[in-house]
Write a protein that binds this ligand. Structure first.
Ligand SMILES: Cc1cc2nc3c(=O)[nH]c(=O)nc-3n(C[C@H](O)[C@H](O)[C@H](O)COP(=O)(O)OP(=O)(O)OC[C@H]3O[C@@H](n4cnc5c(N)ncnc54)[C@H](O)[C@@H]3O)c2cc1C
Length: 402
């Protein structure tokens, strides 16, 4: 039995890495998170996230009570998701995510959630530290190596560094990430009295999907704070300073790459206005309401995304290097469960590392985490791929994927 305190190194201060750090910290376990970005706001990471019971239960477990109260106070609750044809006539929905909501149709602003997850971790998160790989040491410890030439050594290394994880590349070089063939143009616009009045009321649901011809897809999802955020924060003791507190409508357009007039290079160098013009042209024959909505799209918020998915792999031999979230099981956003699955991983791994910190053998506790995570994580990848194929024309997973 190892009696020295457990030291955990986490690479990546995204939702999964921060949630894990919160849980470990709460359990009194030594943890340091190394993040490539120079600050939490140095890069736009996206806008709205739909939450499901797995994600909410994970936050409940990992965060102290006052931060969970802030999550509740700053979430947006909407009627269930709905789907429409290009004329905006309702069509029956088979959204596989709906059944998981348990009646709670909850969305959050990603930056707001990230700011909550960062609360109290000032001495735990080290920004501007890009991990390039790791090495294992004869005494069983693991050393993360950073681009600036620095190192950090711990008993366990957790890769929470997203879809391009350098740790995964080194640890599981056979694990592949595929281009699904779908391109998304993603943005938002403020919800004011004027813009709300211009949008048909039936589009104010958790996620309204407008299914156009040839797998073109327009998605709308409001984020509407119930009490103004500053009031919620003041009431809860001013624990977190939020920087993005206006109500808004997330608006995205997805299509198979070959239907778009721009190559990938052109897409990624286009301005927000050019991207918006592409979407306006792609939806010209749709309901006139769509044209009105796209006119409200703020070009400064619009950016392109290549939608990728991990390809499931067979379980690997457990060691003191492990993965969570997109680093392990990146998935199409078609069902909206990637972040929730990352939070679920964080909760389970925090529980397992808690056992190791109290004297259980480290590798078997990590093995139990990986056995469960590989099962539900890759199941979510497969469900997301199937739904993305039906709704967005995404390429299927390779037939030989386990
Ligand atoms: C358009 C879209 C909509 C989505 N909507 C939803 C939704 O509604 N609900 C949902 O559950 N999921 C959704 N997702 C999925 C969700 O965004 C991801 O699954 C989630 O962000 C994964 O969290 P993570 O912590 O694993 O990784 P990330 O959020 O990607 O965080 C990884 C972190 O690691 C850092 N990093 C990367 N490389 C290094 C390095 N070398 N060294 C140090 N740090 C590094 C990054 O800067 C980042 O901060 C959506 C995705 C997309 C694209």
């Amino acid at each position: 039995m190892n009696t020295s305190p457990l030291r955990v190194i986490v690479i990546g201060a995204g939702l999964g890495g921060l949630a894990l750090a919160q849980g470990l910290r709460r359990d009194g376990i030594e943890v340091t998170v190394y993040e490539r970005d120079t600050s939490p706001t140095s890069r736009t990471q996206g806008y709205r996230l739909r939450m499901n019971p797995d994600g909410l239960a994970a936050l409940e477990q990992l965060l102290p009570q006052h931060l969970n109260q802030l999550v509740s106070a700053t979430c947006s609750i909407q009627p269930p998701s709905a789907y429409f044809d290009a004329r905006l006539d309702p069509i029956p929905s088979t959204d596989p995510g709906r059944g998981h909501d348990g009646g709670r149709n909850v969305a959050v602003n990603r930056l707001t959630l990230r700011q909550i997850l960062l609360a109290g971790l000032g001495d735990v998160v080290s920004f501007g530290r890009e991990c390039t790989g790791y090495k294992t040491n004869p005494d069983g410890t693991v050393t993360a190596v950073f681009r600036d030439g620095s190192h950090a050594t711990g008993d366990v290394l957790v890769a929470a560094d997203g879809v391009n994880s350098p740790v995964r590349h080194q640890y599981l070089p056979h694990a592949r990430v595929m281009d699904t063939g779908v391109r998304t143009i993603y943005g938002r616009f403020p919800l004011t009295e004027e813009t709300v009045a211009a949008i048909p009321e039936r589009l104010f649901t958790l996620y309204s999907g407008v299914l156009g011809p040839d797998h073109r897809h327009l998605g709308l999802a409001p984020v509407q704070y119930r009490p103004p955020v500053h009031e919620a924060v003041a009431e809860l003791g001013g624990a977190v300073e939020f920087t993005d507190t206006e109500d808004y409508m997330m608006c995205l357009f997805s299509a198979p790459a070959e239907l778009l007039p721009l190559s990938d290079d052109e897409l990624h160098s286009a301005s927000g206005t050019q991207l918006r013009d592409v979407v306006v042209a792609q939806t010209r024959d749709w309901s006139p309401h769509i044209g009105t909505i796209l006119e409200m799209w703020d070009p400064a918020t619009v950016f392109p995304l290549t939608i990728r998915s991990s390809v499931p792999i067979a379980p690997w031999q457990t060691s003191t290097v492990t993965l969570l979230g997109d680093a392990a099981h990146a998935m199409s956003p078609a069902v909206g469960v990637g972040a929730n699955t990352a939070l679920r991983d964080a909760a389970l791994l925090a529980t397992q590392l808690g056992k190791a910190a109290r004297g259980a053998e480290l590798v078997p506790t990590v093995h139990d985490y990986e056995t469960a995570m590989i099962d539900y994580g890759f199941r979510a990848v497969r469900t997301s791929a199937k739904f993305g194929q039906q709704r967005m024309g995404q390429a299927p997973l390779p037939a030989d994927a386990p």
